[in-house]
Design a protein around this ligand. Sequence first.
Ligand code: LRH
Ligand code: MN
Ligand code: MN
Length: 385
Amino acid sequence: MTDIKATLLAQHIETPSWAYGNSGTRFKVFAQKGVPRDPYEKLADAAQVHAYTGIAPTVALHIPWDKVDDYADLARHARELGVGIGAINSNVFQDDDYMLGSVTHPSGRVRRKATDHLLECVDIMDATGSDTLKLWFSDGINYPGQDDIRARQDRLAESLAEVYDRLGGGQRFLLEYKLFEPAFYATDVPDWGTAYAHCVKLGPKAQVVVDTGHHAPGVNIEFIVAFLLREGKLGGFDFNSRFYADDDLMVGAADPFQLFRIMYEVVRGGGLDAGTGVAFMLDQCHNIEPKIPGQIRSVMNVQEATAKALLVDREALAAAQAEGDVLGANAVFMDAYNTDVRPLLAELREERGLAPDPMAAYAKSGYFEKIAAERVGGQQAGWGA
Ligand code: LRH
Ligand code: MN
Ligand code: MN
């Protein structure tokens, strides 16, 4: 149990700056009270999540949603609040220029502009001390014949190589895949195989990030996790839940059993071991629920799934598997999943001097009342901004 507790304490879950801003669907963004007005206030809210969970010490930025004049100053502000800057997320999907793509666009001018943005993100990594660049491309085509699928792969490879070469020592990039949306016919990085192939070609500083919402229904995500970890190519997760497509709901809300299965493969593959570099990031929006509690709940959901995965009796499982004991092996697995780990986690927090129930402690703290009174005109997270 001491080992499990130490592993749980060492796990870090990164929250995204955009989770704290107003968000919604293309139909309506419902503004909430107390929402941050700038990136500095987003970091302050993220620091609250860390203060109550103890395991969310870094915050991902999205550029240009988090554009500031002085990134070193933003990083200093984060440190003062007790958090650090995590992954820098690039954004080559919101300019009019990108209607037909960014790094895979048929026009060399647009490709240059997109790649320059990615290089600027590496400059921001240098200024903030971030070691991870997260690349997601909305690039793709809507209609058969619209553009040459293969030429777009060539253009993608060319841009990725330029960014890869710009990375400094200790820096890496994570390539994110997504089945569809906004492109509806053929996305340029639609699946883990495409992302993996590009990353293998580039080298060790390129890894794949698994956004749990970016798959077709029924896809066995834990298989992908097991495979990528075995190859040393699992860079991290963008955690969220989906019922239909890229819903960005709270991780573990739609399918806690799937999250457990994913975390088991992480544990099995050594992804929690120090130095493996698997980043556990959230990529979510809280459209109708309050944002800071939504993030606290999400961090707790990942922690609960991790605790259950760590509780799997690996020896008993291996013995049952070796004997071909199908039901016995499954029972070992399910015993861990069905364990209520909440008392263990409450104990862990108390041992660290934290409140046993982060949700209740935050609600009691008065922070929400304070920001609701102080902040007027909170920022939209980014979409449609
Ligand atoms: C794309 C995505 C990607 C973006 C984020 C805001 O759907 O998952 O990670 O950067 O949403
Ligand atoms: Mn994502
Ligand atoms: Mn997404």
